[in-house]
Design a protein around this ligand. Sequence first.
Ligand code: AFP
Length: 355
Amino acid sequence: MHLGRKTLSKFLIENVSGTQDGASLAALLVDVAAAVKAIAALSGKGALGGPMGSLDTINVQGETQKPLDVLSNNAFINTFQQGGLVAGVASEELDDPFPIKPPHKRGPFLAIFDPLDGSSNIDSNVSVGSIFSILLAPEKGLPETADYLQAGTRQVAAGYALYGPATIMVITVGHGTHGFTLDREVGNFILTNPNMSIPEDTSEFAINTSNERFWEDPVTRYVEECKAGKTGARERDFNMRWIASMVAEVHRIMMRGGIFMYPRDTKDMSKPGRLRLMYEANPMGFVVEQAGGKASTGRQRIMDIEPDQIHQRVPVILGSKNEVDRLVHYHEEYDAGTDKPYESPLFNERGLYRS
Ligand code: AFP
């Protein structure tokens, strides 16, 4: 039991609910936490909760849905519909956003979410998560798709939940990033990580190297330099991680630093990136920046992008400030034609195969 420690509700009352809009936002974040608790309970049952595997349905992304994708989506939608604090919702699992209609009450916000990120990991019992972004709704009428297409800088709140050994919820309303751990016995989120801070430097990178042949030169240069470790330009060894669950990668970076990359690649020229701007890159960008990190496409700050589609994809490079800056600089050099071609340490002055 954690009597005396600060619950999420107490934190929100003290830090968010100072104004009328703030009180509504605080109440909305309590609703988000309720959906997260429901999903934590569902995902925690594993195969005991019902069939695993895949459904016959395919979402708008062209991905086969899992039962837990659908249940998690329903958990968010039902919570938002009953809560009366949002005017509309958009989800990774829905083709189009939909407005809240009577008999349900509409509120002043728009909620955009990825109900279950990393769901390819469910069957192997690896951590998955939820990501959410909150925007202001138009003051009058039913929200239309165009109303959701706001740059990340206009988010009023964002965060994620990680369903790992413990369920963690990390949120920002623009005054730092704060982490809460679910006390399962009591059902409360407890403030365990106030004012999270991402170390500026790191020796850990995360990227799916199976895509290496499709990367642009600046990314290849950066990753090769990390892999060369002490024998290369960086003169220190790096470690690599890849979970294939963005929430788990971002949470690791929040806790100990690192850089996460899902860069632009040429694997599928119709997609300028793998990750989705509105419910992955923007909310994670907000959370990371509020913890002192950076989030970029390599050529532009993520949160400055003016969206043109609800399911828009973007390249994502985020995490420890100095490493993100370095990779952005490599993009600048590449675009200006001033970068040096990458030289494998195996063949350089000190390498095994000196020419
Ligand atoms: P889903 O939301 O469809 O589960 O996708 C998760 C994700 O977009 C992100 O969490 C991971 O970083 C990425 O997929 C991993 O994908 P790879 O299979 O390309 O490594």
